[in-house]
Design a protein around this ligand. Structure first.
Ligand SMILES: [Mg+2]
Length: 219
């Protein structure tokens, strides 16, 4: 039975964080290149990966310490730069567009359920052009719950007018996404697109890539 609705996680399910870090490294080089001693873009990228801490002040402090600055830079400047520009650096995995288009063609309703800050997640969603596919977008900072709280999944289902047992959820995080959605009564899919491994006792189904979801629609 095809589902009435498919809900998705955003980061490392639809949005490729590693690719976004590469793109953000280019923005960073453009905006701070004059303040840095000559350093290769690759060095910048590898430093960004090494100190990646989801845009925290600790990350900004680590970047201040790790890069060859001509003059000292305030961590707050780098913190604000990340907050202002990492969202627009978002890159979708290459099979996102065909998968969403196929679900849309089959009149399956879609939604996003993501933990994170409102401005950052909205900027990523805009950069990826996801609004045209999603009938609801639930961001933890805009509601009273975070995944794995079952209330956040129920909120998205209520927006869509769909029941949990006829709905699917796809995400890369075993606990926040898969166990959370399963506990809310959805059919949960874990997708191997992020940095997490699936433990043996994880409920639900497994996908090696997002496009494998399509194979489950008819069978
Ligand atoms: Mg994720």
């Amino acid at each position: 039975m095809p589902p009435a609705a498919v809900l998705f996680d955003l980061d490392d399910t639809l949005a490729d964080r590693a690719a976004a870090l590469r793109r953000y490294a280019r923005f960073f080089a453009e905006d701070f290149g004059a303040q840095l001693l000559p350093s290769l873009t690759e060095t910048l990228h590898s430093t960004l990966i090494r100190v990646d801490d989801f845009g925290s002040l600790a990350q900004a402090e680590a970047l201040c310490a790790a890069l060859p600055w001509r003059a000292p830079v305030e961590p707050q400047v780098l913190f604000d730069h990340w907050a202002g520009r990492f969202g627009e650096a978002a890159v979708a995995f290459e099979d996102v567009e065909p998968v969403l288009r196929e679900l849309q063609r089959r009149h399956i309703r879609m939604g996003l359920v993501t933990n994170g800050g409102a401005a950052m997640q909205r900027a990523k969603i805009a950069a990826l052009g996801l609004e045209r596919y999603m009938s609801t977008i639930v961001i933890s900072a805009e509601v009273d719950w975070r995944k794995p709280d079952t209330a956040i999944f129920r909120r998205a289902l209520a927006d869509l007018g769909c029941v949990a047992s006829e709905s699917w959820f796809v995400g890369d995080h075993p606990d926040l996404d898969v166990r959370g959605a399963h506990a809310a009564g959805l059919v949960a899919f874990w997708v191997r697109t992020g940095v997490f491994e699936a433990p043996d006792d994880l409920p639900g189904r497994r996908l090696d890539r997002l496009s494998d979801l399509l194979r489950h629609l008819d069978g």
